[in-house]
Design a protein around this ligand. Structure first.
Ligand code: C5P
Length: 276
């Protein structure tokens, strides 16, 4: 049996450049893995089985874990079955990449259990077929991602950073947020300049998906304002929401409205020969 952490990600900045003819959006984003993690326990088995600690998580074939395992079997020619236990801590429909991370972790796990494992770069290339955010998790945990998200440039680790994650009760489906986006309304920032500034310590946190998410769920405006009033330095929605991450010291204690989902975490990275 193999037990692996499956970390959440946040987008320190997320720029959407244009709508593509294939329905996806061209983006440029600085991704970072954090210590808020699910856990996967994976072993070879007579039949495929997936169990989850959270009953609201679908364990049927539409779970990205099965998409990843099926893809691995198809590409590698392996025929083995697996039993997977998923301990779920990362909230769903949050923009924290939980499903994508689980898929990447499952790929790493089944490859470790295979008699003739494939290279990490091959796994990463295959993983783009599972979802746009999956290849990122094969980086060191800090990466500049472009294309539909699947073009991954691993970067050196950023300075250690504590981060608070908050999520209101409701979530948002990613396709709906992208559909709501009006590219012509966005500030035309140059993402390479943003990255250079970020790496030089002049961090500018922004997310082009925040406005369309707020249009779909107007209560997010008040949620963000309430988080900002706690004294954090930066408060930003992650990915397509609805989780927010907060950086800097909190100056006030947490009122009741944030008791829904809140978690303190920190940036994490991995050595490329190991998982997280
Ligand atoms: O790649 P993934 O299956 O995670 O994408 C889910 C949906 O999110 C896509 O079908 C698309 O509607 C939207 N999306 C997008 N542009 C991206 C990534 C996702 O429009 N770069």
């Amino acid at each position: 049996m193999i037990s692996l952490a499956s970390p959440a990600k946040i987008n320190l900045f997320l720029r959407i450049l244009r709508r593509r003819s294939d329905g996806y959006h061209e983006l440029a984003s600085l991704f970072q893995t954090i210590s808020l993690c699910d856990r996967l326990h994976v072993s070879l088995s007579e039949v495929d089985e997936l169990h989850c600690s959270d009953a609201s998580v679908p364990t049927c074939r539409k779970n990205l874990i099965w998409k990843a395992v099926d893809l691995y079997r198809q590409k590698s020619g392996n025929r083995f079955c697996v039993k997977i236990d998923l301990e779920k801590n990362i909230p769903m429909q949050a923009g924290l990449g939980g499903g994508s991370s689980n898929a990447a972790t499952a790929l790493w796990a089944v490859n470790s259990l295979a008699k003739t494992p494939v290279s990490m770069s091959e796994l990463q290339a295959w993983s783009a077929e599972v979802g746009s955010d999956v290849p990122f998790f094969f980086s060191s945990g800090t990466a500049y991602c472009t294309g539909r998200g699947e073009q991954v440039q691993t970067l050196p680790s950023l300075a250690p950073q504590e981060v608070w994650i908050f999520k209101p009760k409701g979530g948002l489906p990613t396709p709906a947020v992208y559909q709501q986006l009006k590219v012509e309304d966005l500030i035309p920032r140059d993402p390479i300049a943003c990255l250079d500034e970020f790496l030089a310590g002049k961090e500018s946190y922004f997310n082009d998906l925040e406005a369309p998410a707020i249009q779909l769920m107007p209560s997010l405006t008040g949620f963000k304002a309430a988080l900002s009033s706690l004294g954090f330095q930066h408060v930003l929605m992650s990915g397509s929401g609805t989780a927010f991450f907060c950086i800097g010291e909190r100056k006030k204690s947490m009122p009741q409205e944030f008791k829904d989902f809140h978690q303190s975490a920190c940036f994490i990275n991995r050595r490329l020969i190991e998982w997280y």
